[in-house]
Write a protein that binds this ligand. Structure first.
Ligand code: CTP
Ligand code: MG
Length: 616
């Protein structure tokens, strides 16, 4: 996927007829260089941002809005172009809204036609592709780096994969023994001559990680509005097309292992890998779906007789899940190429097998029979698709929380990303008018095909986007971010529970520091683990960020245009190390003024960039 921004970025001029012409040509350039829907959306957003910056106009004329007589011609043209961009954005966004089920089916099918190949860095790309094409057409491919260079290659047909595997050798190592388990994880051996550095693969590698926080702060500081900072953060953090493909491919490779016992099973990703809120580098939550194993008879003539499988019985469904995961976990450990550090955590509330998949760099959690979590994944996906502000705000709050150590990758008494996401959704339900509907409303809109009861829990909600009418809330990302901090800085955590089913806080049903009702298993609290000090830190940081946002020195973009280091401001300023860690309330806080903190970060950014320059 590529989209060239050179024309857009290079053209900096005051609003004029030539500017309008440049905008129009930018649109044309976008169209010419674009491949894929994701790029189209990005292109249009950039053009919109461009218009915003260069015309100084916030308002986007609604399609069909009549233009006032006293407006100058240039304003009319600007509004027209805004309208066209907006129209295309809406059309593309609407068209993009596939159900999670449809997205998953497409990706799973793509993954089955794909192989993962470890390549020596000196591999010549052309030669490599020509070699693979002997087995059939290649539909898509990309390279990435993780303990060496890897290629994900998607063939147009599954037969090509079979042919490729048939022509693949078993390694011949004399002093070691191999587990003879064949998978679609392969190694390329290059017996030919070494290629010139120009032809080597390292440069084409896709980044699979987010930028370090200091780099992100620098990048955000150069943006011209807080809205743009939020969008820029989301772009830097969200999963890329390639990373999503890789996640589905890893699930598909593991499905092949599970298929040795359960040929009709499938391993599916859930959680942030697919709910739209995943950040590059997030863990890969997977579940072994055994629902394909049904007892239904094929269409046979009616008879009084029938046959059924004899199956081993166990004491409970939990016991079945534990034994299946134990066996699959053992296979992953003993036979799974690239799977290391396998831990079976079978006595957890939700039994799981945890391991690292080295070739992809993913930390994996494999569960089974976890259909409620799949439903909450679908729900989060739906909320994220309803309004682009939802994802932007969730990414920003998650990044802010991580920057201040409110969340952690190590399990503990911290607030989790899942809890934070629900807190953002709840806040958006509480806006006036609400930005997203309550879960009860989504349940009321559900059709017969949406009915779902899992283990006695009502998991019904509408899946057809067109049935959901949103209210007209026009708040900007900047306003929402400020309000988010204000909202939770003063929320009555001691008495109230957060409830996205009702979209209203409820009296806490049990003693817990932070109570967030699980959307489907309504008797459970998703943040049961959070202790008093973690909640206090969260509240103190909300207070601090809210306060910082009220300071003019934080609110205004300062300096740094044209690539120089800029003073952190807006969102960048609230990502700076906080002074309130461990402090219980704002009143008792002794803090440096924000300007001092900003100054000291600026110094560290400068010295970093000077060190870099010295090295190069
Ligand atoms: N989940 C749940 N109840 C919980 C915790 C998790 O239903 N108490 C489900 C959610 O669907 C969640 C998924 O399990 O998205 C995976 O959990 P986790 O990995 O903790 O959260 P993610 O949303 O994947 O976020 P992260 O990026 O931190 O992994
Ligand atoms: Mg996860």
């Amino acid at each position: 996927m590529s989209c060239q921004w050179s024309v857009i970025r290079a053209t900096r001029m005051r609003p004029s007829v030539s500017c309008v012409a440049a905008m129009a040509s930018s649109l044309a350039v976008c169209r010419l260089h674009m491949r894929g829907r994701g790029s189209l959306v990005k292109c249009l957003r950039r053009v919109d941002t461009f218009l915003h910056r260069h015309t100084g106009s916030n308002a986007v004329a609604a399609p069909g809005e009549t233009l006032r007589k006293d407006e100058s011609g240039i304003t009319c043209i600007k509004k027209c172009i805004h309208s066209i961009v907006e129209y295309f954005l809406l059309a593309v966004e609407k068209d993009r809204r596939k159900s999670l089920y449809a997205v998953q089916t497409e990706r799973q099918e793509q993954a089955r036609r794909s192989v993962l190949i470890s390549c020596p860095a000196r591999t010549n790309e052309k030669k490599f592709l020509k070699y693979l094409s002997r087995h059939g057409d290649i539909k898509n491919y990309f390279f990435y780096e993780s303990y060496g260079v890897y290629a994900v290659v998607e063939f147009a047909n599954q037969e090509s994969v079979a042919s490729l595997l048939e022509g693949t050798d078993v390694p011949s190592i004399s002093h070691e023994s191999m587990v003879p388990f064949k998978s679609r994880l392969l190694s390329l051996k290059n017996l030919g001559s070494v290629d010139s550095p120009k032809q080597q693969l390292g440069k084409q590698c896709q980044s699979q990680t987010t930028p370090p926080i200091n780099e992100l702060i620098q990048r955000l500081s150069k943006e011209e509005s807080i809205d743009q900072q939020v969008t820029s953060l989301t772009e830097a953090y969200q999963l890329t097309e390639e990373n999503s493909r890789l996640r589905f491919l890893v699930c598909s490779l593991l499905s092949d292992i599970a298929a040795a016992y359960f040929p009709e099973s499938i391993i599916k990703p859930f959680g942030s890998s697919v709910n739209g809120f995943g950040k590059l580098g997030c863990d890969l939550d997977m579940f072994l779906d055994l629902d394909g194993i049904t007892g239904k008879r094929a269409n046979m003539p009616q008879s009084d007789l029938s046959l059924e499988y004899q199956m081993k019985r166990a004491n409970s469904e939990r016991a079945v899940t534990q034994s299946i995961l134990s066996v699959i976990g053992e296979c992953v450990d003993q036979f799974g190429p690239g799977c290391v550090g396998v831990q079976k955590i079978l006595n957890a509330r939700c039994p799981l097998v945890r391991f690292a998949h080295q070739p992809s760099g993913f930390q994996c959690d494999l569960t089974a029979n976890n259909r409620v979590a799949m439903k909450s994944t679908e729900l989060l996906y739906l909320y994220g698709e309803l309004d682009p502000r939802v994802r932007c705000l969730v990414f920003t709050v998650r990044c802010w929380a991580r920057a201040h150590g409110i969340t952690s990758s190590i399990p503990g008494a911290w607030i989790t990303n899942f809890s934070l996401t629900i807190m953002v959704l709840f806040f958006l339900q509480k806006r006036s008018p609400p930005i997203i509907p309550t879960l009860n409303h989504l349940r009321d809109l559900a059709g017969p095909a949406d009915q779902s009861v899992i283990e006695g829990n009502d998991c019904t909600f509408v899946s057809d986007f067109s049935k959901i009418q949103l209210q007209n809330n026009t708040e900007t990302l900047e306003q929402l971010l400020r309000e988010f901090f204000d909202f939770y800085a003063t929320f009555a955590f001691s008495k109230m529970s957060i409830n996205i089913r009702k979209g209203k806080e409820q009296n806490k049903p049990e003693v817990a520091m932070l109570h967030i009702q699980n959307p489907f298993e309504t008797s459970l609290n998703v943040s049961k683990n959070v202790n008093a000090s973690q909640l206090e830190r969260f509240v103190a940081l909300c207070q601090e960020s809210s306060w910082l946002f009220q300071q003019s020195e934080t609110n205004t973009p300062r300096g740094g245009k044209g690539g120089n280091t800029s003073t952190p401001w807006g969102l960048a300023a609230i990502l700076l190390p906080s002074q309130v860690s461990g402090v219980k309330s704002r009143k008792r806080r002794k803090r440096e003024p924000a300007s001092e903190r900003i100054k000291s970060l600026l110094e560290s950014l400068k010295s970093n960039s000077q060190q870099k320059q010295k090295k190069t």
